[in-house]
Write a protein that binds this ligand. Structure first.
Ligand code: ZN
Length: 571
């Protein structure tokens, strides 16, 4: 009878992880099936398929809202914060998925977390690296203490999704960027497991609070960290900032944190002006406390988002106001020298001599010691640029224009060719590494501003900075930025010389140039004092070719131009 009246509760809602006595994680299809069952059982949930993975699997998200309203625009405009939960970007680090399925059940079915359901809207991606998740096996993370089998770190194209937010080469990323732009979350979780030295902490939390974020949002993040740390510590999960150690055997030498750039999840959300949290449970703790700690930190954080909903919504609305010409944008930051005291919860360090490598091997005994030490956790701007009023990306650079669209950046196309003198950049000292990084060859170079005549073909895109994703736009298109599209190799062909002069053709031209231009002759003679240069006929000719009318005036020049407000208005 009860089963008839309460079919929802009568179903078995246990997850694979729970049925395995907390030592296994299920397969991707089980997570999809569980989400679909939740959505069938509750009018407060819906499953959306937002794409297909490179191997053809459905990419799904579970939406949760007590209003039963799942239209993206309405969810975005709701007074309730919209929280995005991303799991399994590194699919072997999978406690986020198991914690999220239980959290969803507790919000939707058992009522244990119905307070959270009433206060927020949620977009939960059970596994982002889903193809990688299905490369399933026991030998994928040698450092990690469970689950029994797990997915792989990189996707089927061997790309690390957590380096792909800017370049968006992975099919999974292309789909998820659209999802993020559609829902524009107020808060973003990215759930991981971290390697590194052993210590008492189960949870490490990376909350961006560097100068790339609006200062009020950065302060909100700092307060969030303090509050969540207190609650998680009290719940039995010792919590620290996501740190690196100066010396892994000796915490008294200090610890530091990083400010992540926009190739990473949390850095990407920062350039959108959004607060976010990188949840990193410690790899040597058993799977169950890692899942439980992930559950706890999500509950505590969502609770705070609910308590501060009005403030959080206002901070995010302010971040969407866009930029005006001349406004400073921070492209990278650096740690300041400030050292704050911290009592580090260490284990006793007991390294031993290796018979294999001959070196000392790290080892810890689980005897707790509190080590007074310091943490560097304050950032200052490192590289800043002034925003133009707009950029123009010439139409042939279709891959770049495609990325602007993926990132939700608004632009219009020139209906006719435009000629004029524009600000742009010239590159020098260009070199390439021998090894690719994330599938791309990243050039190194120096950049100098130039102003010169350009022809912008019809169909080129005009991208103004007075739009919500303006800071992201500046990161993408300012070549000096560490995550600019130039750095990621989207413009590599501009560094290739395509036309050459035979010596017999150049000789008379060079001779005449030297005869006609005493300044050039002086410069040439100065160069001849360098014996390597003087001994190379090719270098000598090339010096003059580069200064001749025959030289390629587009070589090593940035095709994108910056517009002033006045130029923008005249287009
Ligand atoms: Zn990770």
């Amino acid at each position: 009878m009860l089963a008839f009246l309460l079919p929802m509760l009568a179903q078995d809602w246990s997850t694979h992880y729970e049925r395995s006595n907390f030592v296994e994680t299920g397969r991707y299809a089980e997570a999809v099936d569980y989400c679909r069952r939740l959505a069938r059982a509750s009018r407060n949930a819906r499953v959306v398929e937002y794409g297909r993975s490179p191997e053809g699997r459905p990419m799904i998200a579970l939406l949760m809202s007590s209003s039963g309203e799942f239209d993206a625009e309405r969810m975005r405009r709701s007074k309730k914060p919209l929280v995005f939960i991303e799991n399994g970007i590194h699919s072997g680090e999978i406690e986020g998925k198991d914690a999220s399925l239980i959290l969803a059940r507790d919000m939707l079915i058992t009522g244990k977390r119905s307070d959270l359901l009433r206060g927020v809207n949620v977009v939960m991606v059970p596994v982002f690296g889903l193809d990688a998740h299905e490369r399933f096996g026991p030998y994928h993370r040698i450092n990690q203490n469970g689950p029994r089998e797990m997915g792989w770190r990189a996707n089927a194209q061997n790309l690390n999704l957590n380096r792909d937010f800017i370049k968006a080469d992975a099919g999974e990323m292309r789909a998820q960027l659209s999802l993020i732009q559609r829902y524009r979350p107020d808060f973003f979780f990215d759930n991981h497991t971290t390697d590194g030295a052993d210590h008492q902490y189960t949870l490490m939390l990376g909350l961006p609070w560097g100068p790339g974020l609006p200062s009020a949002t950065a302060q909100w993040q700092r307060n969030l960290y303090e509050s969540v740390k207190r609650s998680c510590d009290a719940a039995g999960f010792l919590t620290a900032p996501y740190f690196g150690m100066v010396d892994r055997g000796d915490p008294s030498k200090g610890i530091t944190i990083d400010d992540f750039g926009p190739r990473f999840s949390n850095g990407y959300l920062s350039v959108l002006g959004r607060p976010s949290m990188l949840v990193e449970t410690h790899v040597l703790k058993p799977y169950r406390p890692r899942v439980e700690a992930t559950y706890e930190v999500m509950v505590q954080t969502i609770r705070r988002c609910i308590d501060q909903a009005t403030e959080l919504k206002a901070l995010n609305a302010a971040a969407d106001r866009g930029l005006t010409e001349g406004e400073q944008v921070v492209l990278s930051s650096r740690l300041t020298e400030q050292r704050d005291p911290i009592l580090f919860k260490a284990w006793e360090y007991t390294p031993y001599q290796s018979e294999v490598s001959g070196a000392m091997v790290a080892k810890w005994k689980h005897t707790p010691i509190d080590v007074p030490t310091w943490i560097r956790q304050t950032f200052a701007p490192n590289l800043t640029v002034k925003a133009p009023a707009a950029y123009v990306v010439p139409s042939p650079w279709a891959e770049v224009i495609d990325r602007l669209s993926l990132h939700g950046i608004r632009f219009r196309r020139l209906s006719r060719e435009v000629r004029g003198t524009f600000d742009s950049f010239a590159f020098s000292d260009v070199s390439f590494p021998r090894q690719s990084f994330e599938g791309r060859f990243q050039p190194s170079y120096k950049v100098a501003p130039i102003a010169e005549p350009r022809v912008l073909p019809a169909g080129s895109v005009v991208v103004p900075v007075d739009q919500p994703n303006a800071e992201l736009l500046v990161h993408l298109l300012e070549p000096e930025g560490p995550d600019s599209l130039v750095r990621w190799g989207f413009f590599n062909a501009i560094f290739e010389r395509k036309e050459y002069a035979e010596d017999y053709a150049l000789e008379p031209v060079a001779k005449e140039m030297l005869a006609r231009d005493p300044k050039l002759r002086a410069e040439f003679e100065e160069r001849l004092k360098d014996p390597t240069f003087a001994a190379s006929p090719a270098a000598r000719l090339s010096f003059l070719y580069d200064r001749s009318l025959w030289a390629d005036n587009r070589l090593n020049k940035y095709p994108v131009v910056r517009l002033t407000e006045q130029q923008l208005k005249s287009l």
